[in-house]
Ligand binder design. Structure first.
Ligand SMILES: [Zn+2]
Length: 246
């Protein structure tokens, strides 16, 4: 059986403070998948979560209290990305309206069949979240031109949410420049691994069709592969890639 990490990212903006990109698994995920039919999710993709491995606990270990996380941005609404969201009740939430509308119109079972567990979202999520699509839009240029439009998180160009369609409704990556000077593009599940980015092999089409839109997935994958060639110094980081492997 293959093992895949479910990565979440802590970023610190010089003016706006700490924010998260996704939240990984947590005890809330285990709670939400106790009974049927949600237990099927756990059966298909069994998580391994040690007693002190939730994101909240990892942050605590680094001296960061959950209340200090100003914003949580969700790349999309799959259970393995929003599992820890309820551990950050003080944070502003940023998510795609398209993703939320897609989830909201589905029954519990239809959402589950697409990898979504609505019980992981805090009560009032639809009223409280800020939508990525409402942020100031920025035309993408140069090597990023194919991505057309970015959404400026802080209205200063420092962090751009970039639509990466195909994997799931309202699926977004995040582009920013680290303090080291390195440009980083968190691409969530637009590509499964750095190896897949190199060889261009998408997941089986039944998987991409089941979760999203295969044609859009492949188009996004090709855009990312071209970006990798055109911007070799850009660090492209998928969410389920073992960071210790090339
Ligand atoms: Zn996903």
């Amino acid at each position: 059986m293959a093992r895949f990490p479910a990565l979440a990212f802590l970023l610190t903006h010089p003016s706006h403070g700490a924010m998260l990109f996704d939240t990984g698994y947590s005890r809330h995920f285990l709670h939400a998948t106790r009974g049927m039919p949600e237990r099927l999710y756990r059966a298909i993709a069994p998580p391994r979560l040690g007693p002190k491995e939730s994101l909240q606990q990892q942050l605590e270990r680094d001296g960061i209290d959950a209340s200090h996380i100003g914003t949580v941005m969700l790349s999309h609404l799959h259970g393995d990305h929003i599992g820890g969201l309820r551990d950050f009740p003080h944070s502003a939430l940023l998510c795609s309206r398209q993703g939320w509308n897609d989830l909201n119109r589905r029954s519990r079972l239809a959402a589950l069949s697409r990898g979504m567990l609505p019980a992981l979202l805090p009560d009032g999520f639809g009223q409280d979240a800020q939508w990525i699509e409402d942020l100031p839009s920025v035309p993408m240029t140069g090597v990023f031109e194919a991505f057309a439009t970015g959404y400026d998180l802080w209205n200063d160009g420092s962090m751009l949410a970039i639509p990466l369609p195909g994997h799931a409704a309202g699926h977004y990556g995040l582009l920013f420049q680290a303090t080291s000077g390195e440009h980083v593009f968190l691409v969530a599940d637009a590509v499964w691994s750095s190896t897949a980015l190199l060889d261009g092999v998408p997941p089986p089409s039944f998987v991409t069709s089941w979760l999203g839109d295969t044609a859009a997935y492949i188009a996004t994958l090709e855009q990312l592969r071209k970006l990798r060639r055109d911007a070799p110094d850009l660090r492209i980081v998928p969410s389920h890639c073992d960071m210790h492997r090339p």
